[in-house]
Design a protein around this ligand. Structure first.
Ligand code: APR
Length: 224
């Protein structure tokens, strides 16, 4: 069976990583405008790098949970396209072989001058010279608000060819990801939502499975 899964911050919540719009909201500590936009990076690259250096340090201290491991198992059972909005590496560390990071990756660096990408050091600074062009325009390889998400051609194609689509731990607030269920449903794909509560686009799904991902994801996969 061909399955496309989209994950959001909720799948990493039980690993200890803050979500964006929950009570422990990551953005509450920093106004979005202060850290996750190209303008913020031009205005205050030191603050932006400090924010992502802290998130990279947090990530190094947490582990994947049962939901991440269950999706690695799903990839061994079916033709799975795993798309994540998350910039953490918990899917990879949970054993998933092929992860599409549509919002980039915390552990990758990008040269704003020549577009070269490389594995990020634990602490990144704007003055770090690009290994390819030598210029000092290093930024996190994160898709900021107002920038184009990565790998969209591959994602739209997967949604159009899938038998099942599931959105796990995402609030359905940010497009284009929030439109994936509608796009899949137009192709006759059965859509599942696995979340603690109804998302903003809950009406787009055929079935909603409520509960913590570490419980609902293994149970859902066992039911397939
Ligand atoms: N199990 C399942 N779902 C959970 C859990 C859990 N343990 N904990 C929280 N959730 C759900 C919440 O109910 C919510 O619907 O996860 C969702 C988290 O929503 P957001 O914090 O908005 O995260 P996300 O949907 O991934 O945000 C999308 O917005 O800020 C931008 O680029 C950023 O990729 C991010 C995008």
């Amino acid at each position: 069976m061909r399955i496309t899964v989209l994950t959001g911050a909720g799948i990493s919540a039980e690993s200890g990583l803050a979500t964006f719009r929950g009570d422990d909201g990551l953005w509450e500590n920093h106004r979005v405008e202060d850290v996750a936009t190209p303008q913020a990076f031009i205005r205050d690259p030191v603050l932006v790098h400090r924010f992502y250096n802290q998130r990279r340090a947090n990530l190094a201290r947490v582990d994947p949970n049962a939901a991440h491991h269950a999706l690695a198992q799903l990839a061994r059972m079916h033709d799975l396209t795993l798309v994540t909005q998350n910039v953490d590496n918990l899917h990879e560390r949970g054993g998933s072989p092929d992860v599409i990071h549509m919002h980039g990756e915390l552990n990758r660096a990008l040269c704003a001058a020549c577009d070269h990408r490389w594995d990020a050091p634990a602490l990144m600074h704007r003055a770090d010279p690009c290994p390819a062009c030598g210029q000092t325009a290093t930024r996190p390889d994160i898709v900021w608000f107002g920038e184009m998400p990565y790998h969209m051609e591959r994602i739209w194609a997967a949604l159009e060819q899938s038998d099942l689509f599931a959105a796990i731990g995402t609030s359905g607030n940010v497009y284009p990801a929030a439109g994936f269920a509608q796009h899949a449903a137009r192709m006759g794909t059965r859509c599942f939502e696995l979340n603690l509560a109804d998302s903003a686009n809950a009406r787009d799904f055929d079935q909603r499975i409520t509960g913590p991902a570490s419980q609902t994801v293994p149970e859902w996969i066992a039911s397939l």
